[in-house]
Design a binder for this molecule. Sequence first.
Ligand code: IPM
Ligand code: MN
Length: 370
Amino acid sequence: MKLNIAVLPGDGIGPEVTAQAVKVLKAIAMEFGHVFTFNKALVGASAIDKTGNPLPEETISICEKADAILFGAIGSAKYDMDPDAKIRPEQGLLGLRKSLDLFANIRPVIAYEDLLNMSSLKIKQIRDTNILIYRELNGGLYFGEKKLTNDNASDICEYSRFEIERIAHLAFKAAQSRKGKLTLVDKANALASSRLWRKVVKELATQYPNVKLNFMYIDNAARELIINPRQFDVILTENMFGDILSEEASVIVGSIGLLGSASINDKHAMFEPIHGANDEFKNKGVANPIASILSAAMLLDHFGLDIEAALVRKAVDKSLKLHITTPDLNMKYDNISTTKVGDFIEDFINNPEETNLNFKNIHLGQSTII
Ligand code: IPM
Ligand code: MN
């Protein structure tokens, strides 16, 4: 298969983790005879520094032409403390989501058996968690009309039936192919927009008789997610609730450095870790590349490359099992760098049989893997 992939490393740890995902995709291309081409483009604070614009025209055009986009991370401490800044790195990511109409953000939350003790939650509560979050990505508070004066501010939360229906269909279909359960998370007891979500999703449910639909308020869902995450199969929710809930869900998995995501519509697809740019960890070799690598696996899934995606996931599982992990996971060996984790996964893809021999050298700092 030929794929033209736009690579937007972005800010902070984005470039280091994205480099590992690209390495992994190159190994897959080599192993399976695919032709993947990679086109880099600027976004976020690094784009502001170079062009004054967090989302240069050229970046949009590279992304529009690409089959898929691999996105790193965005944000910079420099802008966080200035509420009056007119130009912000996040406009790069939000602008891209909006201009490509990437309305469905899919965030898998899977508790790895080998990492159960990494979570601050109790093992017996989180074991076997497997949730797919469908976060609406182009509406709600993020994109409603905004006003900000010295004494007054507002963000409008608006949703149309069309916006709700298109993502709800995807979530229902996902539930059909999984355990058949869909939970709509909203705040219908307080918000009009949530009441429309409930109404529309309830109506659509008649088209999916084999999916069991239930409803949960966001405040309750935030609690249920960590006390009994196994009750969830597919969660459907609006933009802001999905942002918060998915970050909370990363506690179940043990590190936010493990969660990848896909943002899709029927024309475009972007793959990105759910974590941020974390400037303070930049270029220290401590950033976990797994979220980016698992986002690359979702890219492969998206194009029906199931065997390839499964091999990437197998390599990731192996790295976790062998404790070839960055310090966020605080495992037995905590000195494995971002690049070394990527090297291990690349090497496993190249020769799954022999990798066990090489990993011993990694722990001795004498990796034979280049
Ligand atoms: C995410 C991020 C973004 C969001 C930020 C960087 C604007 O937190 O992808 O979860 O809120 O969507
Ligand atoms: Mn977030």
